[in-house]
Design a protein around this ligand. Structure first.
Ligand code: NAI
Length: 323
């Protein structure tokens, strides 16, 4: 009987996965692996790995000759060394389309929370009994603002659609898209600096890659106009947090809404947790009860389909290993 490992998960249970695999005659094991060594130990005898954040490195794929597929719960797959998987013939799959609406809606919610001072107002009322529309300072009219989207893929495009009536203009920077893939109402920014110069609200929707890691740093903030807002629902390490704090303290950023951080959960001593103009959410942008079920079903089905046919539904990199 083929055996599959769920290498880490923060769901309350794995009933859905268990039932799906049982129906297809697949045995399932579960662990909470944080290191490559833990993955190697737990995945002995397994032909597939399902994972949330557990690391799948060169060392892992090299140590597991029976492993044929790695399937990620989610769209991003930056904890998986896809090149190493490709070299060793291991298929990599993901579940890219379960929560596009959730993430875009969350990004817009964060953008509005910071631009409308929602959390600060609430804090002023509940902590200081201050009930005044000016308690958190002046606000600008959203309809006069430009939204700048970095990464105009599935989520970035949806963000553009649902935000177009809120803001005056929507512009986007995505060097990998041809003009024809830009919706007609989205203007193209030729460079990241051009986007920074034009945008009042910047929302990040790129994957985390060698190129995007730290991309939103001092140089980006230097190009931004004073009083802008930043929203990150992509990956924490796309933003240089120290540079972001400097931009907040210099007034370049009037607020930041961050769903993702380089280290999650955020360390309690981080200045981000106390900053009056930072709104944090716990990597929750993907979440709705419906999206979570869809995500888990699609990620598990990738493995079951590969076991049945030799190919998963959602291919990130093609492998050569067979079930
Ligand atoms: P996608 O692959 O459809 O779109 C990503 C876009 O970023 C592509 O159009 C690509 O050309 C562009 N891009 C790549 N490098 C770039 C660069 N250097 N500068 C500008 N643009 C660049 O991915 P999708 O589905 O839209 O997801 C985006 C990211 O959102 C995922 O990679 C994932 O990390 C993150 N995510 C976060 C979630 C959360 O709960 N916070 C949930 C789901 C996804």
């Amino acid at each position: 009987m083929p055996r599959v490992l769920v290498a880490d998960y923060d769901y309350p249970d794995l009933d859905l996965e268990q039932a799906l695999f049982r129906r297809q005659g697949i045995e399932m094991a579960a662990a909470q692996c944080r290191s490559p060594a833990e993955v190697i130990r737990a995945a002995q005898g397994c032909c597939g790995i399902l994972l949330q954040y557990a690391p799948v490195t060169e060392e892992v794929v090299a140590a597991l000759p029976g492993l044929g597929i790695v399937s990620r719960y989610g769209a991003g797959y930056d904890t998986v060394d896809t090149q190493a998987c490709e070299r060793h013939g291991v298929w990599v799959a993901n579940s890219p389309d379960y929560g596009v609406g959730e993430v875009a809606t969350h990004a817009l919610a964060l953008a509005l929370a910071v631009a409308r001072n929602i959390v600060a107002y609430h804090r002023d009322i509940t902590a200081s009994q201050r009930w005044h529309y000016l308690s958190s300072g002046p606000l600008r009219r959203p309809r006069e603002m430009t939204l700048g989207i970095v990464g105009l893929g599935r989520i970035g495009k949806r963000m553009a659609q649902i935000s177009r009536d809120v803001f005056k203009r929507v512009i986007a920077y995505d060097p990998y898209l041809i003009d024809g893939d830009f919706p007609a109402f989205v203007e193209r920014a030729g460079s990241l600096a051009a986007l920074a110069q034009a945008a009042d609200v910047v929302s990040l929707h790129t994957p985390l890659t060698a190129e995007t890691r730290g991309m939103i740093g001092d140089a980006f903030f230097a190009a931004l106009r004073k009083g802008s807002y930043l929203v990150n629902t992509a990956r924490g390490a796309v933003v240089d947090v120290e540079a972001c704090l400097r931009a907040l303290d210099a007034g370049i950023l009037a607020g930041a809404g961050l769903d993702v951080l380089p280290a999650e959960p955020v360390p309690p001593e981080s200045p981000l947790t106390r900053h009056p103009r930072v709104v944090l959410t716990p990597h929750a942008a993907f979440y709705s009860a419906e999206a979570e079920l869809e995500l888990r079903r699609k990620a598990a089905q990738n493995v079951a389909t590969w076991i049945a046919t030799g190919r998963p539904e959602y291919v990130v990199t093609r492998g050569t290993r067979t079930p």
